[in-house]
Design a protein around this ligand. Sequence first.
Ligand SMILES: Nc1ncnc2c1ncn2[C@@H]1O[C@H](COP(=O)(O)OP(=O)(O)OP(=O)(O)O)[C@@H](O)[C@H]1O
Length: 439
Amino acid sequence: MVFPQLLTVLDTLKDQAKDAVWALTSCMCQQSAKVKINGRTFNIIKVLGEGGFSFVYLAQDDISGRQFALKKIRCPTGSDAVKEAMREVEAYRRFKHPNIIRILDSAVVQDPEGEGKIVYLFLPLYKVRLFFGIRPRKGNNSPQRGNLQDAINTHVVNRTHFAEQEMIRLFKGTCEAVRAMHDYHVKAGTNLPSNSSRPKPSSSRSRHEDDRRHSEDDDEMFPHPEGDGEDGYSYGSAVNVPLVTKHRMEDEGDVVFDGDEEIEHIQSGANGNAGRNEHVPYAHRDLKPGNVMIADDGVTPILMDFGSTIRARINIENRSQALLQQDIAAEQSTMAYRAPELFDVKTGVALDDKVDIWSLGCTLFALAYSHSPFENTQTTEQGGSIAMAVLNAQYKHPNSAYSQGLKDLIDSMLKVNPKDRPDIHQVISMTDRVLQTLM
Ligand SMILES: Nc1ncnc2c1ncn2[C@@H]1O[C@H](COP(=O)(O)OP(=O)(O)OP(=O)(O)O)[C@@H](O)[C@H]1O
């Protein structure tokens, strides 16, 4: 059955190409493309970024002039892509923290150019000041902007590097965002769906390809466009656009989109534990410099991109569950930052939030030395795979002026056995200690 899969790949590529051409032509012709959502018109000023399954645009409300980052996720017909996108929306809503990006609004519309749907996420805009992809040299008073990967790239081009204190502060803010996820609590007595109902993707298929195999029956899961009280944006009541379906999302924690087959309405206090909070850790699962924005103040890191976020604790009881988790990780977590236990998922173990600690170790290493510890290693340069380097924790610190405390902190997170890694609280304490030695 090569042909249906091939057609699906071609369809996905065609969709991506359409977005790219649209973005390019609107840029070159100096005229702004427009998108109409819920009766409101938004001018698309430019492309801010492109991910595996989405484009992020700078969009401006025609009437108020207010600007947003508008993330557009194309969801082909007959797929689970909408559910996946809604899971991302739900994750954005779930975590409220100064170092975590908040979602202002979301909408699901019929794709005017195809049979599928489009999920739009309205996010606060973080300004990126780039000159052909390169931020200006330090010393010209322009604050750090873009994401941490942009900052790393700028350092590479300018042959500079982060000052240790600055780097540690950015890292600590990122860790505090991660702590909010690992420490997530829900009201007692809630019925939490399991992660295990997720359909089995194949590592040889893209998310969209795989999605096509599932029936489209989840329109009622779409969210109601919502404003947020604290200077968030609201569509108001005008609804004269192809907003295909909408669904009121309850307050935080009430509706969960974790299982593909289930939406569970959580009943607080149902088992008599009302008043106590239950610890339900979430893992980001794709921590890397490219997923941490630097806020407009130039110093506050903001964690974003919750497309891979999942409840952290997953018991692996049999081989098929192990392969499923391996496939999900292969599809959704960036290889050079992915924990070893996700490359080779073992039966009879539990995956947990320590996968993020490994990625934090890789992230801090990348801030210090411009690349993940498992890129540009002797193993990979000699043709060995990143996976082999990761599974053996094969890396070494390049020569640098960074403190031994910083190097020890990185090493503590890059332990092959997750149990040997510190938890996020310990990482933050260790980070504080390194910071103190620098002041
Ligand atoms: N709020 C924002 N303000 C400014 N730029 C943003 C914003 N959100 C995203 N971007 C830009 O768009 C890029 C892609 O965003 P994001 O990581 O959310 O997309 P994605 O499709 O999930 O990506 P990936 O495939 O890497 O996981 C970011 O790296 C960033 O450069």
